[in-house]
Design a protein around this ligand. Structure first.
Ligand SMILES: [Zn+2]
Length: 279
């Protein structure tokens, strides 16, 4: 745009957009440490995990991060379903039917169900995750067991409907929000970095299931490539200004450390754009 330049002219430095960032719990699973660590300190000790859906909301844009699983899948897999994750977004002011962008961190069953509840959305995913979920590695039951074939086929149908946006590595989706390929847990796993009023916050999803996986360098036992899981921990640390800016994918402590969205939503929905309470 033409402008009259004077000695005092200085172009505006463009600051990234700022997002509100929420985590909403939709399910849980009682289990022991044996299911959460490659080398469990006490395999018989109870250690439940939670299931979350995330939303990043700026003045002009809304991104939903993952879609959780359906009640049917919860029954099939023996998980405790608390609320439909797509409907639960309403608790933080997001209507699934209006969402235009859904980020798919990876194709595991607990992250890609419910795609039909986002009729206007494009799905953002890594090239490598589509290749992983539809290629030779699914012949290995160890990798295929965490996928629901109907969910994978559903995303493939949306590909043919031109509603998939592919990314290869790191990508800036819009000002203040970017995707970063991590791999390890699945070959095409990605995390999401979001600018908030407290700086960059990294939604790790399953690049770090639980705080303790990363803090004690003792990974979650389901992985495609363990070396890459460790490299992923380092990458998360590079992307975040501090460990307190990394949000693990399945840790019930997230609900203790971050403030509830409101009094009514204690134990259900928290704000990740506010500093966590020190433990
Ligand atoms: Zn998961």
């Amino acid at each position: 745009m033409p402008s009259s330049r004077t000695a005092s002219f200085s172009p505006a430095v463009s600051e990234p957009d700022i997002y509100d960032l929420f985590a909403v719990k939709y399910a849980t699973h009682g289990r022991t440490q044996a299911a959460n660590f490659v080398d469990p300190p006490d395999p018989h000790e109870a250690m439940p995990i939670d299931y979350f859906i995330w939303a990043a909301v700026s003045k002009t844009r809304t991104y939903v991060i993952d879609m959780g699983f359906t009640e049917e899948t919860a029954i099939d897999r023996g998980r405790t379903f608390i609320r439909c994750p797509a409907e639960a977004l309403e608790l933080v002011g997001v209507e699934a039917k209006d969402v235009k962008d859904v980020i798919v961190t990876h194709f595991h069953y607990d992250h890609i169900g419910n795609f039909d509840k986002f009729p206007k959305a494009d799905f953002h995913l890594q090239d490598r995750e589509m290749a992983f979920a539809t290629g030779r590695h699914m012949l290995n039951p160890e990798y295929g067991a965490s996928m629901n074939v109907d969910d994978v086929v559903g995303i493939v149908r949306h590909l043919y409907g031109h509603r998939v946006q592919f990314h290869d590595g790191d990508a800036e989706l819009a000002s203040g929000i970017s995707l970063h390929h991590i791999g390890g847990h699945t070959d095409g796993l990605q995390c999401v970095r979001v600018m908030t009023k407290r700086g960059w916050v990294v939604v790790a999803s399953d690049a770090c299931h639980l705080y303790a996986n990363m803090e004690t360098r003792n990974p979650f036992p389901i992985s495609f490539d363990l070396d890459t899981v460790f490299a992923g921990y380092d990458r998360l640390s590079e992307l975040a200004p501090s460990p307190g800016h990394i949000v693990p994918g399945h840790d019930p402590l997230v609900l203790d450390r971050y403030p509830a969205v409101s009094e009514d939503l204690k134990g259900i929905a928290v704000r990740l754009d506010v500093d966590p309470v020190p433990q």
